[in-house]
Every structure is written in C-alpha cells, then in structure tokens.
Design a protein around this ligand. Structure first.
Ligand SMILES: Nc1ncnc2c1ncn2[C@@H]1O[C@H](COP(=O)(O)OP(=O)(O)OP(=O)(O)O)[C@@H](O)[C@H]1O
Length: 320
C-alpha cells in the first residue's frame, strides 16, 4: 500500500535527516515510526503526503510514484492527525469533522449521519458536542474530534503524528484505547509517529525504530524486543523491558514451559492468545491468584509464579 525506497531528505546539503529509509506497509497494517526526538520520524511521515519533498529515493502509494500524483489528490486519499488537534477555531465540532466530506461534495444528510456516528463511536455525545466550538473542549475531547475528522471521509490511509502526544497519561490511554477499538481503523493502513514505547508496542503491527535518520530495526514488536538487531535497539527498550516483553509474549508461546496449579475458585478464563501481561493481571485480580487458560480445549490453571517461571524459561530457551 505504501512503499519507501531508499528515501533521503537533506535540508542542508550533505546533512541527511532521513537517510536511505526503505520500508513497506501492507493494506490494513499499522506501522509505527518510533524513535528519539530529531530522528527523522515526522519528516518521513510528511514526505508521504508531499508536505516535504524527498531529496532522493522513491515513494509509492497504491503502486503509484507519488511524484506523479498532485499533492491535493494524494492528501484527499489520506486522513491526517497531528499532535495538537489543529481544529479550526471558528468552526463547530460538526463543521470541523465534515471538512473533507465537504471538499468531496458529500450531500448534507450523508455528512450529518457520518459526523453523528463518529462522535458516538468516540464517546462524544452528539447532542452535547455537535455545535460546540473547539475552545469549549478539553484536550482529550479536542483530540477525539481531530480523530473523527481524520476518519470522516473513510480514506484507506491514515497518517498520525504523535496523535496522543499532548494528552496527560490517563487521557492518553483512554483515547488510545477508543481509537484501537474502532472497527474502521482495523481496515485502514495506518502510519503513526511516536516516541512512546508502550504506545508503539500496543498499536503497531510492525515498528520501524529510527536513529539519526536511519532505520535501526524494522519488525514486529516481539522481534524488536526479543531479537534486537543492535545494542541501540536493546537499550532503547531497557527501561521497562520485562513489563513490555510480557505484553508481546502470549500464553500459547510459553504453553510447554507452563506448569499448572490446582483449579481456582473464581472461574476466570482466558484464551491462550492472551499476553502474559493479561494473564498476570487476571491472576492477580482473581482473589485466589489463579486464572484458567483455555488453549483450544486444553485447560491449565496457572498463577503469577508459574507465569514468570514460564516467561524466563521461554526467554532462556528460545531467545538467549
Ligand atoms: N524545515 C526544516 N528545515 C530544516 N531542518 C529541519 C526542518 N524540519 C526538520 N528539520 C530537522 O530534521 C531533523 C529531523 O526532524 P523530525 O521532525 O523529522 O524528527 P522527529 O523524529 O519527528 O522528532 P520529534 O519527535 O522531535 O518531532 C531534526 O534535526 C530537525 O531539526
């Protein structure tokens, strides 16, 4: 769907801020551009909608070289969300959400139905918010309206630049959860820029970790965490490594290393596709510290100790 081939951007000749970047993003996939400040993430994203022109290399969207597509046409095929919601202050919420549908000349009824449906999905009761102005919204609400605006015309591609970055951690987690839960996001090809490791692991099907304009590693969250390509990648995730790893290893992954305990009283059941972190949380909140795992009909009761033992055995055996 989106392909970058040896893309370079130099604002000053001889000083590339994006250096030989190549990756592709499949239809319906979410790729997260992760990295420290100044590593070239935003520049990479902005080259995809031609807000910035590459110095060399090629970018393809839907198989077409984007230099052959007028910037306005290209941008109309992509939703775009920025860190600051960048709503138009003199437009109501409804008018802000319908900006692109209006450009696409949707009729009034279709626009109204779409706007109402999106606000409901993003937990902004339309009766209360349709006619509100941006100045009357909290940061979290404004960001939800920004998301609704980017989704309104249902374009197949969504570009997001630190979309949750300006929010406090709790609001951020809520807006992110609601975003993840939207059916229509599952079908879209999403490119998301963040410097937040947890966010990258939670949202990315794949992650492209950037360092000084280059790709340090590109792969699934589990690959980056468990098979880091370099010391830089390994140390990037070090802060909360165990917590993060528990989120990307599933109970099924460690099934053979997992010994069972006697059945608990509370009957909490999780599928084996659950992450070890979910299993730990379920076990710790179960009252007797146990959770039942159903692995396609095979059953094991486990507790937090068994989960951590299996995790260490799995790491030492498979990824040492
Ligand atoms: N218009 C510009 N002119 C000159 N230099 C620029 C311009 N835009 C960005 N840069 C430089 O390019 C480098 C990469 O910036 P970029 O915004 O892509 O990084 P980033 O990884 O997105 O960082 P952040 O998370 O801080 O936004 C930085 O050193 C920045 O100063």
């Amino acid at each position: 769907m989106i392909k970058l081939d040896r893309v370079v951007k130099e604002y000053t000749p001889g000083k590339p801020v994006v250096n030989q970047v190549s990756f592709d993003v499949g239809e319906g996939e979410t790729l997260v551009l992760l990295g420290t400040s100044g590593s070239g993430k935003t520049t990479t994203l902005r080259m995809i909608n031609r807000l910035v022109e590459p110095s060399s290399g090629q970018i393809f969207v839907g198989g077409k070289d984007i230099r052959d597509v007028a910037p306005e046409t290209l941008r109309r095929g992509m939703g775009y969300v920025l860190q600051q919601s960048s709503l138009f202050p003199h437009y109501t919420v409804a008018e802000n959400v319908a900006v692109v549908p209006r450009l696409l000349r949707w009729d009034a009824r279709r626009m109204a139905e779409r706007t109402t449906a999106l606000l409901e999905k993003l937990h902004l009761p339309p009766g209360q918010y349709l006619n509100a102005y941006p100045a009357e919204l909290s940061g979290g609400q404004a960001q939800r309206v920004g998301l609704a605006r980017a989704l309104a015309a249902d374009q197949p591609i969504l570009l997001m630049d630190e979309p949750f970055g300006a929010l406090d951690p709790i609001t951020r987690a809520h807006v992110r959860r609601d975003f993840r839960g939207l059916d229509e996001v599952q079908k879209k090809t999403v490119l998301l820029v963040t410097h937040d490791v947890t966010e990258a692991l939670e949202l990315g099907d794949r992650i492209c970790l950037m360092d000084e304009g280059r790709i340090a590693q590109w792969g699934t969250p589990a690959e980056l965490l468990l098979k880091p390509a370099s010391e830089f990648v390994r140390t990037f995730f070090d802060g909360e490594r165990v917590f993060l790893e528990l989120g990307v290893v599933t109970v099924r992954d460690v099934w053979i290393q997992l010994s069972s305990v006697s059945p608990g009283k509370f009957g909490a059941i999780l599928p084996a596709a659950a992450s070890l972190r979910q299993a730990l949380e379920a076990a710790l909140s179960a009252g007797d510290g146990r959770v039942c795992i159903d692995n396609d009909g095979r059953i094991k009761w486990i507790d937090s100790g068994r989960i951590m033992d299996a995790y260490h055995a799995y790491k030492n055996g498979k990824h040492a």
